[in-house]
Design a protein around this ligand. Sequence first.
Ligand SMILES: NC(=O)c1ccc[n+]([C@@H]2O[C@H](COP(=O)([O-])OP(=O)(O)OC[C@H]3O[C@@H](n4cnc5c(N)ncnc54)[C@H](O)[C@@H]3O)[C@@H](O)[C@H]2O)c1
Length: 298
Amino acid sequence: MLPIDLTGKRALVAGVSDDGGFGFAIAKALAEAGATICLGSWPPALGIFTKLLERGKMDESMRLSGDRRLEFERIYPLDAAFDTLADAPAEVRENKRYKEVGDFSIQGMTERLRGDFGKPSLDIVIHSLANAPEVKSPLVDTSRQGYLSAISVSAYSNVSLVRNLAPLMREGGSFLSLTYMAGERVIPGYGGGMSSAKAALEADTRTLAFEAGRRWGVRINAISAGPWASRAASAIGFIDMMIKYTASNSPLPRPIEADDVGNTAAFLSSPLARSITGSVVYVDNGYHAMGMATEPEK
Ligand SMILES: NC(=O)c1ccc[n+]([C@@H]2O[C@H](COP(=O)([O-])OP(=O)(O)OC[C@H]3O[C@@H](n4cnc5c(N)ncnc54)[C@H](O)[C@@H]3O)[C@@H](O)[C@H]2O)c1
């Protein structure tokens, strides 16, 4: 057997607030392969998430193969819009969902990881977060502030994660982010500058692979996933139509599963992928290869 063996490795998955998205599926696949898992979770959703966990409401989704269960070694508060606590405006710092959680910036999370586990202590970082306040507006109608906010949270945050966390990585460290085809081709309705943010995320995957590869010896990749009805995707408003359209027009005419992304992420994060860096890997049943829609079914 050729196993994906992540025994002894520690992963940080940034962007998990429930059990319905890619971040959760990736955390599960990494744990299935033997890694320990820390999460970075957005303060506005953190309270509900930890309550659901404590009350056992997610027990079913936490089951791994055999008698094992998914456990989170740590759940750190993380607002990826801020590199340092001083960058967060007073109204955010004083907001009731932020006030009690301590330093929720990228630097704050890095310091907590360093304090909890020392240095070097990390092997795998997953960036599975995105937000665009004006996602329902066409790009042409998006305000400057909305556009910059989409790019800041959804793309620059990955640059900042690499800069902050790469010094904590052990040999063979791997960074992975999640992108979508809207960064390359027009997906009508995927607005608010999210398409621009995905284009930036993909370009940065290549540049960071070079820079961080030379400086820290780490790998940087992205998965371009097909549509999936996570909480974030449902906020766009027409995810069911996107799934149906993509499934019926793909070489493999079926919707993707979150586990498809989880399993690919586990491979890309493993030593088996040691020579893969600077790549955007499609997990979309081949939809990206199509140049024409198929005949609508009669
Ligand atoms: N669902 C899809 O169809 C699809 C397709 C391709 C790529 N993706 C990408 O996958 C990634 C994960 O999204 P998902 O669809 O699984 O949804 P999700 O709702 O599970 O994940 C998005 C996460 O981002 C977090 N978040 C939002 N703003 C944040 C901030 N400022 N700081 C920290 N965390 C923040 C949310 O709390 C949430 O946990 C995103 O990058 C998304 O663009 C999704």
